[in-house]
Design a protein around this ligand. Sequence first.
Ligand code: NI
Length: 374
Amino acid sequence: MMAEADLVPSGQDAHLELEEDDHPITLTVKFTPASHTSVWSFPADATLDELITRCDELWPDYDWNQAKLMISPLSRQTDPPALKALLKPISDGDLPITLLDNKTIKLLAQKRTDIASLNTVAAAAAAKRAAKARHRAVHKTNVTAQQDAKYTFHTLRPLPYLPQPERSLAFLQRLKEDPGIRGVMRKHKYSVGLLTEMDPAAYTAESHEGTTRILGLNRNKGEVIELRLRTDAGDGYRDYNTIRKTLCHELAHNVHGPHDRDFWDLCHLIEREVAAGSGGRTVGEVSNGPVGEDEDEVADHGAWVGGEYVLGGGAGPSGSATPMDRREIMARAAEARMRETERASREARERSQRDAQGRSSRPPRQGGGHGASQ
Ligand code: NI
């Protein structure tokens, strides 16, 4: 230990009045914000808490609970392990001040007002981040709405001559708005002109082996998809999951005609995507076999049906079936597509304006006007 006379600069004579056997502890305290550098002395039984208390008295504007004390010089040979280069009032308050004898203590502390304003800045930054995230979410919703309008079934039509066509229309609507189906339509960019129901009396073949029912048809790579919604008698409806699985099958025919390896790979991919997109509700077991519950039910004959399409053709018992040729279907589909795209863009613009005006606390609408998702 150095002699006291060497330690204490001139003017710091207060402790010199102490009795020699009191062995006061002296240390150099530096606090840059207050341009302070001087030697402080403490009784030998003092702890770090007393130093902090003195700091608090001298500079009450600073937060000494959160302060840090940098100790130098440190020697591995002579200093005990308890003495660290960085001390904190919260954890090291009980440290005997004797350990700091002859050391230099550099104090690091923040003004309380600085901390308060830092909190304000942090809160402002958080609000900004939240606003950005909200904006991104609205933008994403807009993009989804536009894609929903483009990649969808542009016309839904039940068979008009069967009982309660509005029930069939609701069924087709449910398929169109199924979140899993919508996701697949967007991802694969499928645009189907007409989704309609198949006459249960048609595509049902009687043979000596029994009855074969075709559950779905895809005409000309997605111009028209027909689904068998009703039971044979025409008054009941088949299971939704079975019909949706048939729709997966028919959508795969948008790309591949024959039931080859490529077709089944795509079909199974679509089935998985629909299941995942519908919150885990399964489409049914993935298999290469028939999609119906009855083994004589087949999705279709594995090829596109081309040529003229007559709504209810060949089966309309009332004879009131309306002929609808391909050109008309395509024209209607194009018209519907344009109308829906325009509406989606308009809604997206309106939403963006509302967002810009800061009235976006309301959750953004889903689905671009196709109605509530399930
Ligand atoms: Ni098929």
